[in-house]
Design a protein around this ligand. Sequence first.
Ligand code: GDP
Length: 427
Amino acid sequence: MVTAIVGANWGDEGKGKITDLLAERSDVVVRFQGGANAGHTILNEHGRFALHILPSGIFYPHVTNIIGNGVALDIARLAQELSDLAEQGIPAPNLIVSQRAQILMPYHSLQDAYEEQRLGGRAFGSTKSGIAPFYSDKYAKMGIQVCDLYHEARLRDRLERAVEVKNVLFQHLYHQPPLDVEQLYGQLLEYRELIRPYVGDAVGFLHQALGQGKRVLLEGQLGAMKDPDLGIFPMTTSSHTLAGFGCVGAPVPPTSIQEVLCVTKAYSSSVGSNTEPFLSELTGPEGEELRRRGGDKGEYGATTGRPRRVGWFDTVATKYGCMVQGATQVALTCLDVLGYLDEIPVCVGYELDGVVTDRFPTTPELLRAKPVFETLPGWKQDVRGMTDYAALPAQAKAYVDFLEERIGVPITLVSTGPGRHEVAQRK
Ligand code: GDP
């Protein structure tokens, strides 16, 4: 059976922590989309880790970790992450890199940076990891698959075709130097050796594992608001962040996904450009305080170190996020962070042209919408690390009940700290 662990919001909801926790009782963990452009922070008995491309099951020797075909495979970053983990004393993980995954090329990152520079004030706030050019090339059939690395004539041909197009763009649109095919080819041959021990038939492996009744986790990157179809387009990422895409990017059969565990924080946070609509945002000294207290070391991007925008819980966005993810249950993280507040506003509606709605609108409407808040009492108590749900303060439980009622999906897990076992089972 398959459980998808995915984000209800803008990303950084704590999916890595929840995956690390549930992997204890799972056999396979799969990354099915995105690349090394976002990070999952994990605190466990081995230390503190920021994973970017490796699945969060790598801390368990019994788990097979898969980088699925839907991922933007940054081989240099993967090799770096593997060697960093080895340096930190983590045993070499069981890892399969799908032979059908496509390779994020150095020119994808260059194009990403050139394009952001070209856009100037209109830039998307990209992490410049090459994700948008990577997926554009994939769908334009210009990508290079991992399996191509092992067929040299084909590899060279694929590379030459891609460089032909890139060079027109680089020289004439961006006024940058052209790419050198020989140098890129040499780099690909190096990549080939770096990943050789891991390359395999992930499709066959997953189907066989499911046939044997193994427990599989799909680990999403970013969240529903960043999906290019159902998110806040175009302030989105370039791969599908929805559990449904696991059927393509992992891949698992649609009928095998029994649980969709949507992760959401007890408040909101978002990385990316300041031009993105973020209705429940908290700015000024109050926002600064929430940012400082948030997450495990403040709300700063695990990959970029950029300060995240923070705000109050948004039930409109989260209800929609859970709906498009197909959530069967919700994990609410970071409840401990809110323990300093006397009262806690929650965004319960959007006002659009004088009418309050709890329907999540399209981007042009969202840009005009105003948040409507309801205020709940705080609990003024440190609940960090509490594992007995019943023992939480009454106001904290009332807060969770309120959110559950608004989003319409059972909140089964409540996380009370960044550590692996700092979590209370609610249902
Ligand atoms: P992901 O990309 O969804 O895995 O999320 P990130 O790892 O980017 O961001 C989540 C942040 O919240 C990390 O710093 C986690 O260590 C932290 N975190 C996760 N759950 C909790 C929690 O219950 N309490 C606190 N204080 N921090 C948490």
